[in-house]
Design a protein around this ligand. Structure first.
Ligand SMILES: [Zn+2]
Ligand SMILES: [Zn+2]
Length: 279
């Protein structure tokens, strides 16, 4: 599915247990790599939410394709608890391929914990936060970071500001504008705790289960049920201010028609206006 949002185009796929990936070429980033389509290969920043195969399985494929194409290594941001496992996996794969030890390098994994900030470039930062699932899991927000003149310095000339800078006067504020928040697999607890996710222009969140008799299975497997979202919208009506909300990771047992009809019949219309359904 291609989502044409005002500032960027997003290529994404997400079906529970099958695969999830969200490509944002303009921000040089991809979230999760349950599959690695060729368009993902040039993207330098890969944010992995958790170690379930449908979200992380193709990280090594991404890494080896870049090697094959002579590209510099990408950075793979992963929950810190998964570093040893992913390193072992990378080594086992190279052993199977009989790569001589002198030619082996570990992928460029960057272990992350909740609250860590990394800079993608001077004006683009990513910050992680904890997501509730059955495994260690992180969500990520990408921020456009700009310097803005403090009101009392607006209208001053460049030369004057340069002189002030030499004197050590701080005349700018840093403004962090949240562009995209990506939550991988998660229960609704993440939204109750991490309410900042509602400030992003675009929010990716999961709803895996829709049917009345699936509440228990949603709870056991660490996923969100449609009723959980409805309850959240009732409890915290002002939190999700996002311009775009992408609902993803639906169970394989539903078809597109059923998903669309069910969401349209149950979600409040003012919320539905901002929703994109990833099926
Ligand atoms: Zn999943
Ligand atoms: Zn999962």
């Amino acid at each position: 599915m291609v989502l044409d949002l005002p500032h960027y185009s997003i290529t994404a796929f997400s079906i529970s247990a099958l695969a999830t990936y969200v490509l944002v070429p303009k921000l040089n980033s991809v979230f999760d790599l349950g599959e690695c389509i060729l368009e993902a290969v040039p993207l330098d920043h890969v944010f992995i939410s958790h170690a379930h195969g449908d979200h992380a399985r193709c990280m090594l494929r991404h890494e080896s394709l870049r090697r094959l194409f002579g590209m510099k290594p990408a950075t793979y941001y992963i929950p810190e608890q998964t570093l040893d496992g992913f390193n072992e996996l990378a080594r086992a794969w190279k052993t199977l391929e009989q790569v001589p030890p002198r030619n082996f390098e570990y992928p460029n994994f960057q272990p992350m914990k909740a609250g860590d900030v990394v800079w993608l470039h001077r004006q683009l930062a990513a910050k992680s936060f904890r997501a509730n699932h059955t495994l260690p899991s992180l969500g990520y927000t990408l921020y456009d970071v700009r310097k803005k003149l403090k009101p009392e310095f607006q209208g001053r000339e460049g030369r004057e500001l340069a002189a002030l800078r030499r004197e050590g006067v701080v005349f700018e504020n840093e403004v962090w504008l949240p562009l995209i928040t990506y939550i991988g697999d998660s229960t609704i607890e993440t939204l109750y705790r991490e309410q900042h996710v509602g400030e992003s222009e675009t929010l990716f969140m999961e709803i895996t289960f829709l049917m009345d008799d699936e509440r228990e299975i949603a709870r056991q497997r660490g996923h969100t049920h449609l009723d959980d979202l409805l309850q959240f919208l009732h409890d915290c009506p002002d939190v999700l201010q996002n311009e775009h909300i992408v609902l993803k990771h639906f169970s394989m047992r539903y078809d597109r028609r059923f998903i669309v009809q069910t969401l349209k019949s149950k979600l409040p219309s003012d919320f539905l206006e901002r929703v994109h359904i990833l099926v």
